[in-house]
Ligand binder design. Structure first.
Ligand SMILES: C[S@@+](CC[C@H](N)C(=O)[O-])C[C@H]1O[C@@H](n2cnc3c(N)ncnc32)[C@H](O)[C@@H]1O
Length: 217
């Protein structure tokens, strides 16, 4: 099957910026107490459910994977970009990172207690998000949790330069209500929505959705 253009350009762009992205974002979470609060709540929910391990899907350099592990979860990372995965493996040699795509995860049905997708759905054209959310639903165990972070809005911004490099990336700013509707159509329940106003180096508001696969169909 031929790969969609956006997948190829996303992979190539993140391969190009991987090392600089990792360095520039290394301490970013430390500046964002509300973002960390959502991650901490996710950890607590996953631990209370005890439904299996957690995958950070679109993990990039693994900074969120490492953070989840430091909060007591068993976490692994999956990313489209081999260069990102190489950086993550080097930075967190004790954690597992694999190259893979959220569109077709190499994971068994119901095998995860939790998924974090931290700014990784932002390059998927919105009309293709139902496919991704169906995949998240498939791999989550009943009662498993999903935490999504994305840029809140309703526009496409094209990036031709970022993290010190020329690249070609479309970034989709998404309305939280629209994403919630797509999640619910995929059979997932939205437990909480946080929209945080723009903070340090943000170009606009940021959205965080805490989501759950029902324990009983
Ligand atoms: C903005 S970065 C965020 C990385 C990481 N979550 C973080 O917060 O540092 C987006 C990441 O999502 C990955 N990504 C984008 N589309 C993906 C897909 N379809 N499957 C897996 N990873 C994807 C990219 O390769 C990139 O590493």
């Amino acid at each position: 099957m031929t790969e969609p253009t956006y997948v190829r350009t996303t992979r190539a762009s993140y391969d190009t910026v991987a090392a600089d992205y990792a360095e520039l974002l290394r301490t970013e979470l430390g500046r964002r107490p509300l973002d960390r609060a959502m991650l901490a709540a996710f950890v607590e929910l996953v631990q209370a459910t005890d439904a299996g391990p957690v995958a950070d899907i679109g993990c990039g350099p693994g900074r969120v994977t490492g953070h989840l592990q430091s909060l007591g979860l068993t976490a692994r990372g999956i990313d489209l970009s081999p260069e990102m995965v190489a950086v993550a493996r080097k930075t967190y040699p004790d954690l597992r990172f694999d190259v893979g795509s959220m569109n077709a995860l190499d994971l068994d049905d119901g095998s995860l207690g939790g998924i974090v997708a931290w700014y990784s759905i932002i390059h998927t054209p919105p009309e293709l998000l139902p496919e991704v959310f169906a995949e998240f639903h498939r791999v989550l165990a009943p009662g498993g949790h999903l935490l999504l972070a994305f840029k809140a809005g309703n526009e496409i911004r094209h990036l031709d330069h970022a993290y010190g490099h020329a690249l070609a990336l479309d970034v989709y700013w998404l309305e939280p209500e629209r994403v919630a509707e797509l999640l619910s159509r995929a059979g997932l329940l939205v437990d909480a929505k946080l929209v945080r106003e723009a903070g340090w180096k943000d170009a606009g508001p940021q959205a965080f959705l805490m989501v759950r696969k029902p324990a009983h169909p």
